[in-house]
Design a binder for this molecule. Structure first.
Ligand code: ADP
Ligand code: MG
Length: 686
């Protein structure tokens, strides 16, 4: 039996030369090879008589060769026309630059031909032809053909022939790893059958059976992995928080009434906190829907019960902002809020840590500094992570490790469809804030060619500033380096100051600045001492300055839709009409499509769905961050029903055998660990 993790170069029929090409396709082991699935399939089963062929269709015919002509219409080009006929009519097969055809076939040969039909008044031609001698088991016609994703230097035929050699080999028997009862329960074919039929389908039906099995398996493994590694479905007892009437006092001290959606989310949280089950809740709300105040009241509920709370934000700017808001609001209720960020001095930090440990601090707010080992709480009861899509799995779980089963809330403004959320965060309960506070006007979004940038500066920007409003200009995203991004931002500020806005107050904010500088700039912007804030994406999440009404995003084609939506969410936070200008420098169809989605809708749920469709889940969530293995055949949108079945089954299996130690689950466990290698590396390295 062949070892699946064997280097492809040592597989019979491959050798170093072919192995080198395969490596370029990301194929290193035998397993990589047999799991290198076709991108699509071409049905060459459509066997027709010549007289029945339709113009433009792709079809296969069986015919006899009646003549072969070659000519050279241009220098360096050979044109071969093979005349064929069957019982019904005759046709010509057209080949460009394939002179060998003339020697390979003769008049009188019976052949099978697959090609594209060009039909005119007088004659029928087939182009892009595959031709082979008629046999009982044809290789390139009369069947469903796999079409592989390829790179330069490797042809589809070559991959097909490699696959054939490998899969026909007596030694190769792919061992089943799904438990037999699952195979039976869902009527799945064996993995051996699935792999063989995906690479060389016996028929359309057998291909379907094969694909079904792979889709089910991909979803099952994904779901089980997510349950196993991310959530650790737990049945430990959590804390019971009683409802405290002081919470109503805090609530009525707010300058506004909660929206219905906020109230509903808050009630769900409070009820959940009152039970002795550990809360694991995802709060999804569009940008500006008012998640912070829900977090504030939840934390207050925790503190009123005598426990400590923690709030973790992805950036210092956001942590500062939360700190200012929570400490202001909660001070009069004797709730002690403190801020711990990377830029605290050693002394400040020591002092905070001591007080946290002695239970002198009720709510600790911070960035990832909160998950450092030195932070020890006295009795933590609730941990909230804001903008959770910015944090890795590991960071979240480490914060909750700090207490004895604290309740957990994660908040995100990159909403994803509920069905999807259930898959990715299958263990979480979900609250949705699907309503904006009253009085908000939709943000008007306009995509504009880079050439018209000056007009935006000279008109829109000036108008808004004249009205007393403020403006954000976001610089292009530079993936590789915060330093280059900072440089670009600095240059833009210079350009704006010297060419357009010498009379206005232009500020600069980027990730390379010291936090005290950043704070200072944000404070000035809040206090209306800056008219135009030029920034990198450090302002992407959470920042709240209601007087800002114009968001300009340079090179907006470089951002993902969800990210554009986040950035746009920095405006439209107050009562004034707000605008978002997306400046683009690309003429591509995809760019156009994306810009128009942004122009058409302000609904984050819709946007993220579109984004997911365009980019696929891996990229959307950042495979790295989420450790989600690639789905090769399965598609979350197309195969939702299978996904639900797989999810149910995953729950069931883990319900019976939490750590997959039963004998029948051992091989499946190996597969899961193999697929989630990356996630595991991330966890064990740190
Ligand atoms: P996000 O959900 O994006 O985190 P925030 O919590 O920052 O939104 O809230 C956005 C703005 O809306 C803030 O200025 C906040 O004070 C305000 N706000 C929140 N809830 C309400 C409400 N019920 N009525 C009026 N304004 C609200
Ligand atoms: Mg927020």
């Amino acid at each position: 039996m062949e070892e699946l993790n064997k280097d492809v170069q040592y597989v019979k029929g491959i050798g170093p030369k072919r192995a080198y090409k395969l490596n370029k396709l990301g194929i290193f082991t035998l397993k990589d090879l047999i799991y290198y699935f076709p991108r699509q399939f071409e049905d060459r089963n459509n066997l027709k008589k010549i007289a029945q062929l339709d113009n433009d269709e792709k079809a296969t015919i069986k015919a006899v060769i009646t003549g072969i002509e070659t000519s050279s219409p241009k220098k360096g080009m050979t044109l071969t026309k093979v005349c064929v006929k069957d019982e019904t009519s005759s046709a010509k097969l057209v080949f460009f630059n394939q002179p060998h055809i003339k020697n390979a076939f003769r008049v009188g040969d019976m052949v099978l031909v697959f090609g594209k039909v060009k039909k005119s008044y007088k004659n029928v031609e087939l182009t892009s032809c595959e031709i082979e001698f008629f046999t009982k088991s044809p290789k390139n016609t009369c069947k469903v053909m796999p079409i592989y994703p390829l790179t330069y230097g490797v042809t589809n035929k070559e991959i097909m022939s490699i696959m054939k050699t490998v899969l026909d080999s007596e030694e190769l028997k792919i061992k089943e790893y799904l438990p037999i009862n699952i195979i039976k329960k869902y009527n799945l074919c064996s993995i051996d059958y699935a792999i063989k039929n995906i690479h060389s389908p016996q028929s359309k039906d057998s291909l379907k059976v094969a694909l079904y099995r792979i889709i089910f398996e991909e979803f099952l493994i994904l779901q089980m992995g997510l349950f196993l590694f991310k959530s650790g479905i737990n049945d430990c007892k959590g804390i019971k928080f009683n409802k405290n009437e002081n919470l109503d006092n805090i609530r009525s001290s707010l300058p506004f009434k909660l929206t219905k959606a906020q109230s509903r989310a808050l009630n769900e949280i409070i009820d959940d906190m009152a039970s002795d089950k550990i809360m694991n809740r995802l709060v999804q709300g569009d940008v500006g829907s008012g998640k912070t105040v829900v977090a504030l009241l939840s934390l207050a509920n925790c503190v009123l019960n005598g426990y400590q709370g923690a709030l973790m934000a992805p950036t210092e700017i956001l942590a500062e902002q939360h700190y200012a808001y929570l400490s202001d609001t909660l001070e009069e209720f004797n709730i002690n809020v403190e801020l711990l960020v990377g830029s605290c001095t050693k002394k400040q930090k020591e002092n905070i840590l001591k007080r946290v440990k002695n239970n002198e601090i009720d709510i600790l707010i911070g960035t990832h500094a909160l998950i450092e080992d030195t932070v020890e709480f006295s009795n933590i009861g609730l941990v909230i992570t804001d903008e959770q899509h910015r944090f890795g799995v590991r960071q979240r779980s480490r914060l909750s490790d700090k207490g004895k089963n604290p309740d957990i809330i994660v908040m995100t403004a990159t909403p994803i469809p509920r069905t999807l959320a259930l898959i990715l965060y299958g263990d979480l309960d979900i609250s949705i804030i699907d309503e904006l506070p009253p009085g908000r006007q939709p943000i008007e979004t306009i995509a504009i060619d880079k050439k018209k940038r000056e007009r935006v500066y000279n008109n829109l920007v000036r108008d808004e500033v004249q009205k007393g409003r403020q403006v954000y200009i976001v610089c292009p995203l530079v993936e590789e380096s915060e330093a280059i991004e900072a440089k670009a931002a600095t240059e833009l500020v210079e350009e704006l100051k010297s060419q357009y806005f010498s009379d206005l107050r232009v500020g600069l904010l980027h990730g390379k600045m010291k936090s005290s500088e950043k704070d200072n700039i944000m404070k000035m912007f809040k206090n209306k001492e800056i008219d135009i804030l030029v920034s990198t994406t450090v302002i992407e999440v959470g920042v709240n300055v209601p007087n800002a009404t114009l968001m300009i995003i340079e090179n907006s084609e470089r951002f993902g839709l969800a990210q554009l939506h986040q950035l746009r969410g920095r405006v439209g936070r107050g009562v004034h009409k707000s605008y978002c200008i997306l400046i683009y420098a690309s003429k591509s169809e995809v760019c156009r499509q994306r810009m128009s989605i942004m122009e058409e809708t302000n609904d984050g749920f819709k946007i993220s769905e579109k984004d997911l469709e365009i980019r696929g889940p891996g990229e959307f969530f950042g495979t790295r961050q989420h450790g989600i293995p690639e789905l090769k055949v399965a598609n979350i949108f197309k195969h939702m029903k299978i996904l639900k079945l797989a999810q149910q089954e995953a729950r069931y299996i883990l319900g019976e055998d939490k750590n997959l130690n039963f004998e029948e689950n051992k091989l499946l466990k190996n597969e899961i660990f193999d697929k989630f290698k990356y996630t595991l590396e991330e966890i064990s390295l740190n």
